[in-house]
Ligand binder design. Sequence first.
Ligand code: GLU
Length: 343
Amino acid sequence: MAGVLHDTGDVADPRTARAAVSTGRLPTAEAVRATLEGVHRRFRDDRGGKVADYIPVLAEADPELFGIAVAYVSGGVHAAGDADHMFSIQSVSKPFVFALVNDALGRETVRRRIGVNSTGLPFNSVLAVELNHGSPMNPMVNAGALATTALVPGASPQERWDFIRRGLSRFAGRDLLVDDRVYTSEAATNQRNESIARLLDSYGALAGDPMATTDLYTRQCSLTVSARDLAAMGATLANGGVCPLTGEQVVAAGVCRDTLSALATAGLYERSGDWLYEVGMPGKSGVSGGIITVAPGKGSLAVFSPRLDEAGNSVRGQRVAHFLSGALGMDLFASTPHTEATA
Ligand code: GLU
């Protein structure tokens, strides 16, 4: 469904929409605020896609909810619409757990155990594991995320859970809590993730017990965030690992760079190529409708809108990110010819 990003009108035309290039900073606070209001109005009536229903409680989400937030590396956050509405983080947790594990264990260990290549297959594919002889392939699909969560350090389940919850909270700059209804609903319908964990285990590719690992992963997916929180978390990745809201160094700068490159490969699952081509920034989506995208050195954009495409990515979230990457000059690949004036 490349079409999700092809029918946003004039923004798809690089000659008109890509005037702002990737160098420098985000526009001023006033310009960002005005742009966000305008973009919220522009996409308010976009009803493309369908709310996820394979986790029963997610089907109850109000499909009209729509929030946008932009966080600067300098600490400012601007928001429009339902940017404070809380929802479960789902797969947007994956890059942050990956970053924490990478920081704790070292990049070579994690690289060897997980990998960084895309699968070209859906996020919860069992076939991908079989086709790749038991390799989880990358930390953004479920197999790789389960294998990453299995590497979380700690002597007990409680210590491992604390590592994840506290770690993600440090990225957000505030304490994050679990939505128990989401956790219970997902835990009761988690047979596919349990199967993936068991399959990885059969290949010797899972560092922990399959059931305990799936449970920890399910808890991690059930942490609740707002679009504003996600923007702050993304801005920590954009800011060399220092949370712009608290000034705390959460992970090393090199870990952020590794995490963002893994997102570029696989953050939007089998649509990652379309995403990078159109949006020009590493991004990550989750089935509850959250989506983040990160411009290193500048900041992060987060959108929450629960209707998804067939790959499980927020439709309106992708379109808004596409529009704003051009409008705010966040696209990493955009440039203009050198002139004396820009020297
Ligand atoms: N908890 C979800 C699952 O594992 C996350 C999937 C997603 O957000 O893409 O099925």
